[in-house]
Design a protein around this ligand. Sequence first.
Ligand SMILES: *Cc1c(COP(=O)(O)O)cnc(C)c1O
Length: 482
Amino acid sequence: MSLDIPLLFETGQPGRANRYLREEAAATTYLPPELLRETLPLPEHTELDVVRHFTRLSQRTMSIDTNFYPLGSCTMKYNPRVNDASAALAGFRDLHPYAPDALAQGALRVMHTLERALASLFGMHAFSLNPAAGAHAELTALLIALAYFAQRGEGTQRTTVIVPDTAHGTNPASAAMVGYKVVSLESDARGRVSLERILSTIGPDTAVCMMTNPNTLGLFEDHIAEIAAAVHAVGGLMYYDGANANALMGNARPGDMGFDLMHLNLHKTFSIPHGGGGAGAGPVGVSAALAPFLPTPIVRSQDDIFALDFSCEQSIGPMRSFWSNFAHMVRALSYILANGADGLAQCSKLAVLNANYLRVKLRDVIDVPFDELCRHEFVASAQGLKRDTGVRALDLAKALLDAGYHAPTMYFPLLVPECLMIEPTETESKETLDGFIAAFRAILTQARRDPSVIQSTPTTTPVARLDETQAARHPNLRWKPA
Ligand SMILES: *Cc1c(COP(=O)(O)O)cnc(C)c1O
């Protein structure tokens, strides 16, 4: 299989490179000799050839800048360019991570302001901006819980973490990494945590109860107060996976619901490019009782002077080098300030409206197992379609690519067979949503008329169906010279 775009390594020719350094200036003019390589086998190209190469490659992929991208749970909203412009301001971009506090007051103010804004938006006592993604934040929060229980002399008693079966896979993985025993909780018939089941699971060994709200079915958990009371009654902690905070920011606060710990995915909710597993930002929020355990450094402010505090005795220590992904903090703050509190609340409302619009416009052509008012996303199931026609969720996802839409999330959460998790976000227009609805309905009509057409999609993308087993078992990732 070939993408029919040769690699730069294959097309380079000696002598082609644009040279901006004058030939007579030896490299040692700029760098000490011990840093120089003896050989550097890079291909030589003109700048124009390089620009065309990468532009061509970029046109062969789908991105939020090119196509509607309803990837559930991932919140692929538009990333306003002003965020990037703010992050690229020379004062931020050129700042050295070892710069003394006195020379980094603007950057420290950004961190402090963002931290305060998140604390007030989500009702937490304090946030750490240290963790670099959602999963990393879960790990951080569970290390905080571990330190908290150790300090109370309950380290050996608190052994379990409760995780509903709708949770993102990172939840049980993070708990296991910290050494907790994971108790998975089966959802009830309404796609929510079963109050009865969880109450009989909570006990003196409960360290943390991890909840995702709205859960990955896009449904708001409706027994939080009772669950929080029961967990607190046995001395356990409530954790809020807020990766999907786009459904509630500015409208409801986990801190008010009784959560002691939470994380946010700034790269989802607060509009930061995050396709392809790029750098993220996963702040962890805590109640006052847990604040002493937050990672270092902590940005302190006194009389409008900001300083990094590394001297917190009970801290679990740094989770990430330097200031973590600082540029993302600038982007997130830029987004918060541009929208304001009202604007953020409005974003949430529109995200919920858009998801419900799609749900209602599609439920007569595809099963929606939990067909009730949803939050930011909803889950459809192709199980009936598969039974009738053989067409699976995967086939629908591939057919959508041909129609110019990125596929929804597939086969997650695990409790809905053949599922597609659809999250439109607030930044899509009604016209775009209507286009998606029309395309999806046409695909379903075709699936019932002639399944083979849908099963042989995609036909318009640079590569057709891949042998996913081969790709997983024998990945071919390395270029070798001919
Ligand atoms: C995305 C997501 C995560 C993991 O976040 P990463 O930044 O990808 O590590 C955790 N929980 C939920 C509910 C998510 O949607």
